[in-house]
Design a protein around this ligand. Sequence first.
Ligand code: UDP
Ligand code: MG
Length: 327
Amino acid sequence: MKKKISIIIPTYNEEESLPFLHEKLNDIMNQMQDYDFEILFVNDGSKDKSLELIKSFRQVDERYNYVDFSRNFGQEIAMAAGIDYVTGDCAIFMDADLQDPPELIPELISHWEEGYDDVYARRRTRTGEGFVKKFTSKMYYRILQKMTNVEIQKDTGNYRLIDKRCINALRQMTESERCLKSMFSWMGYKKKEVLFDRPPRVAGKTKWNYVKLFDLAINGITSFTTSPLRLATYFAIPTFAVLGVYAIYVIAKCFVTHTVVQAFQAIILLILFFSGIQILLFGIVGEYLGRIFNETKNRPLYFVNEYNGKKELNEIARKEKNEKNME
Ligand code: UDP
Ligand code: MG
């Protein structure tokens, strides 16, 4: 029996890129006759003709599949649905805009055949992305790595191949605030790096903006580590030390010079200083409280409008998920 390769493609308003992608995927599938393929588009509430295009692909080739969301849930959730619905022996995550070149697929698969569980593509270069984006992304990963013991793959996006056991692992990670990139790191398993040059998107515009990226960054940190909570301790220790020294100084001075504390300005400064710290700490606590709040809601991650595959399969994915949530 042939092994089955699943390819998960989150798709949001990609009508311009899809024809190019379709062509490339067909090439690859023709090249690799030793494998079965399942292309799974997760249509993330596209408002353009993406879904119609995908359906037209499926009409001529049953290897093309789709899950159609009831609305736009975002790329992370689209990938989560991909994890729930794939049926292959391994799964490849790929963007629809050809920034994750399909030419790399044979290499990813060959490393998987060697026994690696998580073969991730690392960007050697990133053309078509501004200096600011590259710089902020680099700094972000450096800081994130400092905060955790889990090894984080640098310059790595979501383009990767994971084995079935990783898919099963990810299915058990049902948190609602997701950052798949850090979940890949956290799950462990045997990893292998493959280098590639990241091209600019083939058509259309990026679906990300800085607000979304900032949200993703915060999710990345708070879903990974609680070390920001320790900031409270780091701030509190010197603060109390200064407070203690200052109090001794003031009292001693009063004794020596026989005066009273003359210091409404100092008080104002102190109030500002301490309330600043308090606000910061409340901010951090609020961050985690918010997460607890969201997790306790325990909502499904997404709703599916339509799935081309067998209904049972769809049900199994959801049932498994609910059982996991009950445990
Ligand atoms: N995407 C999605 N939902 C969204 C935003 C993006 O499914 O809300 C998909 C998009 O169609 C593409 C992938 O996620 O296949 C990556 O998006 P994009 O290329 O815009 O991000 P960038 O490469 O600029 O980081
Ligand atoms: Mg892109």
